[in-house]
Write a protein that binds this ligand. Structure first.
Ligand code: NI
Length: 255
């Protein structure tokens, strides 16, 4: 059984002391493809170092995270754009908007998101979307730019069935399901019961959002199995079946 972690920040400093062991633990657990979403110019080097160390397993994305969109975002975007001229990446990510922490730069976040979708279209790459407390605004932008085989993932999906159906209606987009589905008060299981598994991919968002039974500790990619197990339980199928479907879905997105 093989699983794909479509969203993992294993290059983050939380893994500085044992990064190699963490990746090897994932591979041993059958989680042999790890997709790395970039944050901003400060995370690029550690992300590329990790990819270089595990070229068969780790795949870098390139993008500017909405929480890193500040006064200097145009300079940051220039650095991101230049990287696409230098080499190939698995996706443009992670990009999007976040109204939770700071609403100061909403116009800049919108502009950065929009420009990075254009980059994805230019290079024919999928997009990996971060959205927090701004689903409608994010959705409007994606919808306005949809078409020409635009595809991608709404990472860390925890929304309603209506939101899930809107994502599905775009045609090329899947929902990234992570540790939140295992939480006691999560409404995600009810939503998942109503949608076909062909619309979802698995993720951890390591080091955050650790699934039960490790909630409260640092998350890592091998824990994606707990997400798969929970989905299997919710859908009444085997974990092997969940692995097979979600792995194919992830391959459809990343090629
Ligand atoms: Ni992330």
């Amino acid at each position: 059984m093989t699983l794909i972690d479509t969203h993992t920040h294993l290059f983050a400093e939380e893994f500085d002391s044992d990064r190699k062991e963490v990746v090897q633990r994932a591979i041993s657990a059958g989680v042999n493809k790890l997709f790395l979403p970039n944050i901003d110019s400060s995370s690029i080097q550690s992300m590329l170092d990790l990819e270089k160390q595990f070229p068969e397993n780790c795949f870098a994305m390139m993008g500017l995270h909405p929480c890193s969109v500040k006064e200097n975002y145009l300079e940051e975007l220039k650095i991101i754009e230049d990287w696409f001229l230098k080499r190939k990446f698995s996706a443009v990510g992670e990009i999007g908007m976040d109204y939770h922490w700071d609403k100061t730069f909403i116009p800049q976040q919108k502009d950065a998101f929009s420009k990075q979708i254009d980059l994805a279209k230019k290079y024919n790459l999928p997009i990996v979307i971060h959205q927090r407390e701004c689903f409608d605004d994010v959705f409007e932008i994606v919808k306005s730019k949809n078409g020409n085989n635009l595809k991608g993932i709404f990472h860390c999906f925890t929304g309603t069935i209506e939101e899930a159906n809107r994502i599905i209606s775009l045609g090329g987009f899947k929902m990234g399901i992570g540790g939140a589905v295992t939480y006691k008060n999560s409404k995600l299981p009810e939503v998942l019961k109503q949608i076909d598994l062909k619309h979802i991919v698995l993720e951890t968002d390591s080091p955050y959002l650790t699934p039960v039974p490790h909630r409260g500790k640092r998350n890592e990619s091998s824990f994606v199995i707990f997400v798969a197990q929970k989905i299997a339980e919710v859908k009444g199928i085997t974990v092997e079946e969940v692995a097979k479907i979600t792995t194919k879905n992830a391959e459809d997105i990343f090629g």
